[in-house]
Design a binder for this molecule. Structure first.
Ligand code: SAJ
Length: 434
C-alpha cells in the first residue's frame, strides 16, 4: 500500500518527531494538537519541547511544506494517534488494601472521535500511545466504527508501540526494531507499508494486543530491574558495602545486567506503564506492584539519607542540583528529584534548586535559581539529584571556591569521590555503606 497523506494526532515527544520523519521522507503530513499555543509555536518556527536535533528537523519539514500543523484533523490516507495516557489522578483501584493507579484514556478516546468524521474506506489508523492491553480492540475500534465502517474490514487498524529513548529520539525512531500489531493480519501489513518509509530497524508483525503487551513488558522489566538495584543500595548501606562496586562486579557475570540505583524512577513511561498491567489484573501482579512501590519510595530514602547526614533539617540551607527526571533532558514529569526537594522542604529545610535544562521552570513552592553560581552561594550541603553531564564534569575545586558547603551528597554516582575529598568535601553516596 502507498500512503501520500498522513495525519498525526498529538504533537508531543513522540508525535512531533514521527510527523517530521514522515514529512522528511516524502509524505504530506498534517500534525494535530488540541493545544493552540503548541500549534502557534510550531507555525512560527519554534519548538515546545527539548530534544536534540528536533528543532532543525521540524523547521526543515515545515519549510518544504510537507509538514503543516493545525488543531483539527482532515481526511488522509492514514492516521497516527500519539496522545498522552497519564494517570487518572482521582481514579484508582484497591487490591489487598493497597492502591494502584489507573490510566486516563480520555485523550486517546478524544483523538479517535476526532478521526470519525474523516474516516474513509481503505484508511489505516495506528495507535502509538502506550495503553492498557486491549485498548485498540476494546476502546479505539468501537469509537472508529461510529463512522459506519467496520474495523479490519473497511479500514485497517493497528497498534505500534514507540520505544525511543528521550534524548536519542531521532536516531532510535529510525534504527529501533518496530513491532506492529494489527487487529487483522492485513492491518499489520498496512502498518508495515507505512512505517517502512523511514524505519531501518526490523519491522515485526503481530496482533494488536500482543503489541500492547510488548511495550508494557519492556518498561515493566526495566522498572523491576531498577527496583532491585534500589533495594540492593539500601542493603549495601546497612551492610557496609559499596553497591556501585558490587553491581559492577556482579555485572561481570555474563548473564547479569543490574541497572543503577538512584533517587527513584521518573518520567512518563517507566513510572507509569507498569500500572497499566496492574490495572488489567491486580490479583496476579504482586511483583510489578511491589517494584513500583519500592521505586516510588526511593525519594523518601534519599530524604532520610540527607536528614541523617545533616543531623536534622529544620532551617538548613540545601542546594539541589537537577530536577529533570533523568540526565540531559528537560522533562520534569514524575521527577523523583522534585519529590526529594518537596520532602526536604516539608521537613523545614530551605532548598535552592538549579535545573540547567529548565532554569525558569514554574514549580509552585520550589525555589529555582537562574544560574549554578546562585545555587551554590551561601549553602550548607549540595545534593546531586540528576546526573546531567554538566554536573558530573564540575571541577570540585571550582565548586569549593563558590560555596560554603562542605557536605556533598551524590545520589547518582556522578562525582568521583577522591577528587571531591581532596577539594575539601565530605562526600556521601547513595548505596555506599563503606
Ligand atoms: N533510571 C534509574 N536507573 C537506571 C536507569 C534509569 O534509576 O539504571 C531512572 C531514570 O533516572 C529515570 C527513569 O528510571 O528516572 C526512567 O528512565 P529511562 O532512561 O530508563 O527510561 P525513559 O522513561 O526515558 O524511556 C523508557 C525507555 N524504555 C526502556 O528502556 C525499556 C524507552 O525505550 C521507551 O520508549 C520509553 O520508556 C517510553 O516512551 O515508554
Amino acid at each position: 500500500m502507498k500512503f501520500n497523506n498522513l495525519c498525526v494526532i498529538g504533537l508531543g515527544y513522540i508525535g512531533l518527531p514521527t510527523a517530521s520523519m514522515f514529512a522528511a521522507n516524502g509524505l504530506n503530513v498534517l500534525g494535530i494538537d488540541i493545544n493552540p499555543a503548541i500549534v502557534e509555536t510550531l507555525q512560527n518556527g519554534g519548538l515546545h519541547i527539548h530534544e536534540p536535533g528536533l528543532g532543525e528537523a521540524v523547521q526543515q519539514a515545515v519549510r518544504t511544506g510537507r509538514l503543516r500543523v493545525a488543531i483539527r484533523p482532515e481526511p488522509a490516507d492514514a492516521f497516527i494517534i500519539a496522545v498522552p495516557t497519564p494517570f487518572e489522578e482521582k481514579d484508582f483501584g484497591v487490591f489487598n488494601g493497597e492502591k494502584y493507579k489507573k490510566a486516563d484514556m480520555s485523550a486517546v478516546a478524544a483523538a479517535a472521535e476526532s478521526i470519525v468524521p474523516h474516516l474513509r474506506p481503505g484508511n489505516l489508523v495506528v495507535l502509538e500511545s502506550t495503553s492498557p492491553p486491549r485498548t485498540t480492540t476494546d476502546l479505539v475500534a468501537p469509537i472508529l466504527e461510529k463512522s459506519g465502517l467496520k474495523a479490519g474490514v473497511d479500514f485497517y487498524l493497528a497498534y505500534s508501540p514507540e520505544r525511543v529513548l528521550p534524548g536519542q529520539i531521532l536516531r532510535e525512531l529510525v534504527e529501533n526494531a518496530r513491532v506492529i500489531g494489527g487487529i487483522t493480519p492485513e492491518s499489520a501489513q498496512a502498518g508495515r507499508d507505512l512505517y517502512a518509509v523511514f524505519v531501518k530497524g526490523e519491522i515485526i508483525l503481530t496482533d494488536a494486543t500482543t503489541a500492547e503487551m510488548v511495550k508494557l513488558m519492556e518498561n515493566t522489566y526495566r522498572d523491576v530491574n531498577i527496583a532491585i538495584a534500589n533495594e540492593f543500595a539500601r542493603l549495601a548501606e546497612r551492610l557496609g558495602v559499596d553497591v556501585w562496586e558490587a553491581i559492577s562486579l556482579a555485572n561481570r557475570h555474563p548473564r547479569v545486567k543490574i541497572l543503577s540505583p538512584g533517587p527513584g524512577v521518573g518520567g512518563h513511561c517507566i513510572s507509569v506503564d507498569p500500572w497499566f498491567l496492574v490495572e488489567a489484573a491486580p490479583d496476579i501482579t504482586p511483583l510489578i506492584q511491589r517494584a513500583r512501590h519500592v521505586n516510588d519510595s526511593q525519594p523518601h530514602h534519599v530524604f532520610e539519607l540527607v536528614e541523617r547526614a545533616l543531623g536534622g533539617l529544620r532551617g538548613r540551607r540545601i542546594t539541589a542540583l537537577g530536577l529533570a527526571y533523568k540526565p540531559n533532558v528537560d522533562d520534569l514529569r514524575e521527577s523523583p528529584a522534585i519529590e526529594v526537594v518537596r520532602l526536604l522542604q516539608e521537613a523545614g529545610a530551605n532548598v535552592k534548586c538549579f535545573e540547567p535544562f529548565k532554569p525558569n521552570a514554574d514549580l509552585p513552592g520550589l525555589t529555582l535559581t537562574p544560574t549554578l553560581e546562585a545555587a551554590l552561594a551561601g549553602t550548607e550541603a549540595l545534593i546531586l539529584l540528576v546526573g546531567h553531564t554538566q554536573f558530573r564534569e564540575m571541577n570540585p575545586l571550582h565548586v569549593a571556591a563558590q560555596t560554603s558547603a562542605r557536605l556533598a551528597i551524590d545520589t547518582v554516582n556522578g562525582w568521583p569521590a577522591q577528587a571531591w575529598k581532596e577539594a575539601g568535601f565530605r562526600l556521601l553516596r547513595l548505596g555506599n555503606g563503606k
